[in-house]
Design a protein around this ligand. Sequence first.
Ligand code: NAG
Ligand code: NAG
Ligand code: ZN
Length: 395
Amino acid sequence: MSPAYHGLWGHLLIVWISVLAFLFPAEAYEPLSDETLKSLPRASEDYDIHSGAILAPILQTRVPGTPGHEVVLEHFANFFQTTLPKWQIELQNSTSTTPVSKGKEVPFVNFIATRDPPGAPAGDVGRLTLVAHYDSKLEPEGFIGAIDSAAPCAVIMHAMRSIDAALDKKWAAMEAQGIDPLDERHGIQIIFLDGEEAFDHWTATDSLYGARALASNWSAEMYPAMSTFKTPLSSIELFVLLDLLGSKSPYIQSYYPTTHWAYQSLGTAEKRLRSLGQLKSSAKRDWFIDAHKDSHDVAPLGGIQDDHLPFLARGVEVLHLIDFSPFKGFPPVWHTPDDDAGHLDMPTVEDWGLVITAFAAEWMELEGYFDVSEQASRRNESPEAEAILDKKTEL
Ligand SMILES: *[C@@H]1O[C@H](CO)[C@@H](O)[C@H](O)[C@H]1NC(C)=O
Ligand SMILES: *[C@@H]1O[C@H](CO)[C@@H](O)[C@H](O)[C@H]1NC(C)=O
Ligand SMILES: [Zn+2]
């Protein structure tokens, strides 16, 4: 073969590799080992509905523009400032009239916290984005919205706290090995959206106030020229929306073929955690009911109206984790006075904390960066004690 041919074949090879890279974008996802899964911390007392540091402060009415709403927003800011100081906090504000505001503008404040690899320009980082809404419904009066969506916010907070030190270790190790941490530009982000609930009756304009404002804002905000991503919206690798979680035996369907693989990864994480004896909730069936399906058989179902819609409409990849069964609908407490702290199934809420922690850790490829030793041995001691406890609570 002549040198000219070499050149040609070389070129073809490069073209072929680029085609492959285009067809199979490098999805960062690496399962955790059994040992690491067993070492992941539970939220336990921090989820105590009366005194827990994470969940209890969210369990109050938090209608946009009211004092309770401000207190909860402050709670999020305090949590990140004290527990996760390396996260960058951002508020995205907007105002809108509502059908009951008599022409007055109601303020909506989306809370965003982001952790990027050290030194990475914001426009070059793709992010796993975990989302829940934190506002509560105006009616019925005194409505708490424990599954809607206080518990999902608490689940996300616990998961981020649980992987933060591992992120530090991973990025430090990469720097120490002389690997430029900018090579891997994966970050993680949480969004607590405001104004999801309708004030009167759900319509296109009386609902999703915060999500509509943020999706519009983030598609218009431009990163500097030549950044990897054009806008904060396009830097979202996966938009994972948690809603109506915290009741027993959640029925989670898969709605989008393009993110079915991530849904299946969550299903695998749940199954593995359960078989390792790490989950406290009883399970008559798997939560991720469609995990066995092929992505071609996943049907969008006309779509449940929720915060993902303004993002989905702009091409964002969405994974919608919502407890909805085609036979029973939403959980029975949905939009009733019963959706309060006392009706949360705490083993399920805690288990969600673990499942989402595992998923985020696998997405961020954190295997090997968790402190496995003491925690794992502590957790291995307890299954018997927990089995006794479970029996007692069942009586
Ligand atoms: C997006 O929202 C921020 C904060 O509320 C604001 O400062 C900015 O001007 C908005 N950008 C666009 C393009 O609307
Ligand atoms: C957004 O609203 C919050 C809460 O009302 C306020 O503290 C903050 O200063 C506002 N931010 C901007 C950029 O207007
Ligand atoms: Zn609701």
